[in-house]
Design a protein around this ligand. Structure first.
Ligand SMILES: Nc1ncnc2c1ncn2[C@@H]1O[C@H](COP(=O)(O)OP(=O)(O)OP(=O)(O)O)[C@@H](O)[C@H]1O
Ligand SMILES: [Mg+2]
Length: 246
């Protein structure tokens, strides 16, 4: 996919300081990782990319088309994206299967039968065929995230947006989810992922963007970004991460 971000800024209502300030980006990729320190604006940028909020100024273009700002077009735009929230965001009172079928029926206009077929297909693909009738509380953290990924994939979105999909998981489940995402990537699913998993950003993502204090300081091919960071901020960010990994 081709992503262009042109002079994008966002100040939340009632606040004086911008959360994102004059962000620019232009590149093509199958998978993009967004990295950076906490509070830098990564989730906010991902929500803008998903059309969940609108910028104060500037624009985002995906494959040449501007993300709309009027409510009706935004609603249409959102249907073409699959969003995975940090905590999975599953409906607790619904089974895994219903978490996938209900949005397909209510938002995307699927029939009950078509939704059921699609959900079963995805549960199988993600190794959850035994778990369709369980509620989120009866699933492990890794299983819950796989259901959230299945739900995001269900209506065959143009791309996935994932906000730290492994941040609440143990190392074992983290690697399980990263493996699933890497498989999806190899099957041609395009994605933009906010992540603290630098190994995944480096080895599974084509491009990486570094967001610090509301500004996109650097982006490029993953390997070159990690091997030869250009800005002192990225150098410092990476050296801090390595401190405990020597
Ligand atoms: N709805 C909101 N209203 C006001 N301020 C907000 C809102 N959402 C986020 N912010 C502020 O915007 C800044 C960026 O937040 P954001 O969640 O995008 O950061 P982040 O890079 O995702 O951080 P983390 O790595 O901790 O998830 C923070 O200072 C946050 O307090
Ligand atoms: Mg965040």
């Amino acid at each position: 996919m081709k992503l262009e971000i042109n002079d994008l800024s966002l100040t939340f209502h009632g606040q004086s300081a911008p959360v994102l300030s004059h962000v620019n980006f232009a590149d093509s990729f199958g998978s993009l990782a967004i990295i950076g320190s906490s509070g830098g604006g990564k989730s906010t940028l991902l929500r803008l990319l998903g059309g969940l909020i609108s910028p104060t100024s500037g624009e985002i273009r995906i494959d040449g088309d501007r993300i709309p700002t009027d409510a009706a077009s935004l609603q249409q735009y959102r249907k073409k994206t699959g969003f995975v929230f940090q905590n999975g965001g599953l409906f607790r009172h619904m089974t895994a299967l219903e978490n996938i079928t209900i949005p397909l029926i209510q938002v995307h206009g699927y029939s009950q039968e078509a939704a059921q077929m699609r959900a079963l297909e995805l549960l199988k693909q993600l190794g959850l065929e035994q778990d369709g009738n369980k509620h989120p509380a009866q699933l492990s953290g890794g299983q819950r995230q796989r259901v959230a990924i299945a739900r995001a994939l269900a209506a065959r979105p143009s791309f996935l947006l994932l906000d730290e999909p492994t941040s609440a998981l143990d190392p074992e489940y983290t690697s399980e989810i990263l493996t699933v995402l890497n498989q999806l990537k190899q099957e041609g699913v395009q994605m933009i992922i906010v992540t603290h998993e630098m190994g995944f950003a480096w080895h599974a993502c084509d491009k990486v963007a570094f967001l610090q204090n509301g500004t996109l300081l650097e982006w490029g091919e993953s390997a070159s970004l990690f091997q030869s960071p250009q800005t002192p901020q990225l150098k410092q960010f990476l050296s801090k991460l390595l401190e405990w990994n020597r």
